[in-house]
Ligand binder design. Structure first.
Ligand code: HEM
Length: 490
């Protein structure tokens, strides 16, 4: 009898412990063992996070399945967290690692691999002209091609053409591989389809990372229910293409005259081949190429789509942008980086688009490298940590009438642009912030100026444009594909 009582009590204690949130953690939604907090109230993830923020304050947790995620939803806390070495890692999730045992490249990697690749990539992008005048001519060329494609669909309601994505891809791919694609390139159309499919599947693909016990299911079930086969599909398609480019580079490599990022990497492989600590491998290069190809195209393309849509729906703002372009730039001349200070209104519009579109609503998750303390709470090693950038961008502490599209908020009383603002972090913040920020800013400025110098945009007659993002892609605010009407300016 005594044994039964002891066993019963131990069982009850175990059950109680598995339901109880360990002390010291931030407040939040803990939920049940194995499933965590799994609300069935029909709200989107963003709406849930907003609700939990209101309920628990600026730092709170949400146990999603078996994974504890801590949200730091204030600008100051985000700055503190993402500037700290302790929160530099990415979580070791398959959605990031793409099935690699040790994550490679720059986006998902950690520690030595991440540090080496981040330094290398930043140096190479700068060597290829990021933030410098010598890249401007290359961006002009792509912007002109885009304008021609838009002109050819003038006066006809149609979606923003594929040429936008091609032009943006060409800027980054030229820096990486010294090559560009034709505006109607079939390979890129295939990649776009694949990327869309992959983005839409991300929600389901993340399930086995969050509900780790699902990983014990047979592979065919994981593929069927959580679409994990898309990882292999994506890798296979992109890697074949990258491997061809790498082979071409190898066969024409001149050690004294590296042409692009890929050449520089191949030379590094050669120079460090006897160094046991070297991380340089062809596999790492391939993943780095995938990171840059993805991060460098989806983001800027979608930001420009949001910009087109907002200006179509705000003709007064569009007219002011065009008036500024006409005043500063002689007809038919595209801007250089030196023109930016003279175009404060255009700069203000771009910043307002980055704020209001909040393209990456939860940033990209980080994780705690070790047990640590944050804002008086205990954060165990491996806890995922992130911040709802989309909420900070709408925080009335930082923004007057946050829901309103108001480029003027970026201008001072004399009409001068004032860009540095608390509460603004579309490119992330701290040690892992976006590598391509300067490149993206160059592209956004030159492409939008080129387009509105030659064309105007409006909704199709009798219609409006849906400014909301595609709800099928919860971790990325993708602009919806829909018809717009471009017209030539006189
Ligand atoms: C409007 C355009 C862009 C936006 C809004 C954007 C936003 C972001 C954000 C929010 C992060 C995550 C920061 C973090 O983890 O804390 C990020 C990371 C990153 N971005 Fe961008 N990005 C843009 C353009 C680009 C471009 C053009 C490139 C190409 C060079 C690029 C390459 C990357 C890479 C490689 C990372 C990972 C950095 C790391 O893990 O160390 N991004 N970006």
């Amino acid at each position: 009898m005594l044994v039964e009582v002891i066993l019963g009590a131990a069982l009850l204690a175990l059950i109680w412990l598995s339901f109880k949130k360990p002390s010291g953690l931030p407040p939040g939604a803990w939920g049940l063992p194995m499933v965590g907090y799994f609300p069935l109230n029909g709200m989107s993830i963003e709406e849930q996070v907003e609700r939990l923020h209101k309920q628990y304050g600026d730092i709170f947790l949400w146990r999603m399945g078996t994974q504890v995620v801590v949200f730091v939803n204030s600008f100051q806390l985000s700055k503190e967290v993402f500037s700290s070495k302790t929160f530099t890692n990415r979580p070791s999730w398959d959605i990031f690692n793409l099935g690699e045992k040790v994550p490679k490249g720059v986006f998902a990697s950690n520690a030595h691999i991440w540090h080496t690749n981040r330094r290398f990539t930043l140096r190479q992008l700068r060597d290829q002209g990021m933030g410098k005048s010598r890249l401007v001519a290359g961006i002009h060329e792509q912007a002109q091609k885009l304008v021609r494609a838009l002109e050819s669909q003038a006066n006809r309601s149609a979606p923003v053409p594929h040429a936008l994505r091609v032009a943006i891809t060409n800027v980054i791919w030229h820096m990486i591989a010294g090559q560009t694609f034709e505006m109607d390139d079939k390979k890129l159309q295939e990649f776009e389809k694949l990327t869309k499919e992959f983005n839409a599947a991300q929600f389901w693909m993340g399930f086995p990372d969050f509900f780790s016990w699902l990983k014990y299911l047979p592979k065919f079930l994981l593929n069927k229910f959580f679409l994990l086969h898309l990882n292999d599909h994506l890798k296979k398609n992109f890697f074949v293409f990258f491997d061809e480019a790498i082979q071409e580079h190898k066969s024409s490599l001149d050690p004294n005259n590296p042409r692009d990022l890929m050449d520089a990497y191949l030379l590094d492989i050669e120079q460090t081949k006897d160094d046991p600590d070297s991380i340089r491998t062809q596999n790492d290069l391939t993943i780095l190429l995938l990171d840059l190809f993805f991060a460098g195209t989806e983001t800027t393309t979608n930001t420009l789509m949001h910009l087109f849509y907002y200006l179509a729906m705000n003709p007064e703002v569009q007219r002011k942008v065009q008036a500024e372009i006409d005043e500063v730039l002689p007809k038919g001349t595209l801007p250089t980086l030196d023109d930016r200070p003279s175009m404060p209104y255009t700069d203000a519009v771009i910043h307002e688009i980055l704020r209001i579109s909040s393209l990456v609503p939860f940033g990209i998750m980080h994780s705690a490298n070790e047990d640590t303390q944050l804002a008086g709470y205990t954060i165990p090693k491996g806890t995922a940590v992130t911040s709802a950038f989309s909420e900070i961008h709408f925080d009335s502490q930082h923004w007057d009438q946050p829901k309103k599209f108001m480029p003027e908020r970026w201008l001072d009383a004399e009409g001068k642009f004032s860009g540095k603002r608390d509460g603004f972090l579309p490119f992330g913040i701290g040690r892992r912030s976006c590598i391509g920020e300067t490149l993206a800013r160059m592209e956004l400025f030159i492409f939008s100026t080129a387009v509105f110098q030659s064309l105007s945009i409006a909704p199709p007659p009798g219609k409006t444009i849906d400014l909301s993002h595609d709800k099928n892609v919860p971790f990325f605010h993708m602009a919806k594909t829909q018809d717009v009407l471009f017209t030539l300016r006189g």
